[in-house]
Design a protein around this ligand. Structure first.
Ligand SMILES: Nc1ncnc2c1ncn2[C@@H]1O[C@H](COP(=O)(O)OP(=O)(O)OP(=O)(O)O)[C@@H](O)[C@H]1O
Ligand SMILES: [Mg+2]
Length: 327
């Protein structure tokens, strides 16, 4: 397994009138060729800012204040803007929830894909055009030969999403970052897009980072999962292990809150309480105020990271919780 990205102790903070928001605060993970890493957690826990940090697209009032993002032998954190521009949208490309943020409304779909192809690959105009049509076909757009001349607003939401994915994949990215890529789509199209992403991962060996609050999607798509809470990773494991043997009380709560189709009692078990205000984080474990297992210590100290069942999992299953402190 080849490692494509190695994120260590990543800290991205925002500086506001009211104080510092530690949106991402000491995050670690690895991304491997041909594998999908799922990132889950409630709204505001830092999923998008983690991905934006990798792309170095952080709002002006924020900054990566510590850590490293190794991409081969380059540290993205230290990379000059110019070099980052070459990598972004090429070797590392992205899909967002709202396709109109990456599609330009005033240019034809085909021209946008062609531009993305030609920017990074040495192809003639005709070759690039043919490749654009092929990409549109690959993402399941009917009559791609005609759609290539359409403007974004002429397509339905689902087709626009596909066009954006075609654009994101046209340059054969090594890393694809997908932030809630299907949330806005209806379930049928969602399923098609996800299976398409799976196909492409297998065909092109792309490493995928998939951000979603939908634990069902993660179960279906991811090889590995990290669970975030208030800017920190609280648990990480291979997908089967995480769903079969969740350890952190927060992960257990998230999994319990998946609506059970068989019972009528939807979401009855969802975790009580809300995520803490980032300006007023509790001392100790940030989850303690919502945790039914919280001990005295949890209110005082930040928990370390402990390994679960090392004999079976090696160091792949990690949890940031005093319940699993090595005794
Ligand atoms: N420009 C900014 N200035 C101040 N705080 C910000 C800024 N951008 C993001 N944040 C804060 O950073 C934190 C993490 O935000 P992020 O968008 O990563 O959450 P998320 O996990 O992606 O949530 P969601 O599931 O709703 O998309 C939030 O508290 C958010 O308010
Ligand atoms: Mg987000």
């Amino acid at each position: 397994m080849k490692k494509v990205l190695e994120v260590r102790n990543l800290k991205t903070h925002f500086f506001t009138d009211k104080g510092v928001v530690k949106a991402v605060d000491g995050v670690n993970f690895d991304l491997y060729e041909g594998k999908t890493l799922g990132i889950v957690g409630e709204s505001g826990c830092g999923k998008s800012i983690t991905s934006m940090s990798i792309l170095k697209l952080i709002d002006k009032n924020g900054n990566i204040v510590d850590g490293s993002i190794m991409y081969g032998d380059k540290d993205i954190v230290k990379l000059p803007v110019e070099e980052m521009r070459k990598i972004r949208g090429n070797e590392i490309s992205m899909i967002f929830q709202e396709p109109m943020t990456s599609l330009n409304p005033v240019f034809r779909i085909g021209d946008q894909i062609i531009e993305s192809i030609k920017l990074h690959q040495d192809l003639s105009k005709q070759e690039a055009h043919d490749k654009a049509v092929n990409m549109l076909k690959l993402v399941g757009i009917p009559r791609a030969e005609r759609v290539v001349y359409d403007y974004p607003h002429q397509l339905s939401g689902g087709m626009r999403q596909r066009a954006m994915i075609a654009m994101a994949l046209a340059c054969d990215p090594k890393v694809l970052i997908a932030d809630e890529p299907t949330t806005a789509l209806d379930v049928t199209i969602q399923a098609q897009i996800l299976s398409l992403m799976n196909d492409l991962k297998e065909k092109t060996n792309t490493a995928i980072m998939l951000i979603t609050h939908d634990l069902g999607v993660v179960a279906q798509m991811a090889d590995d999962v990290i669970v975030m809470y208030s800017g920190k990773v609280v648990e990480s494991a291979e997908v089967k292990e995480l769903y079969g043997n969740p350890k952190h009380p927060y992960t257990q709560g998230l999994l319990d809150s998946i609506p059970d189709l068989k019972s009528e009692k939807k979401r009855l078990n969802s975790i009580e309480g809300v995520v803490p205000n980032p300006m007023e984080l509790p001392k100790g474990c940030y989850f303690a105020p919502r945790c039914k297992f919280a001990m005295d210590k949890c209110w005082q100290e930040e928990p370390g990271v402990y390994f679960i069942d090392k004999e079976k999992n090696g160091e792949t299953h990690q949890v940031k919780c005093f319940l699993y402190e090595d005794k």
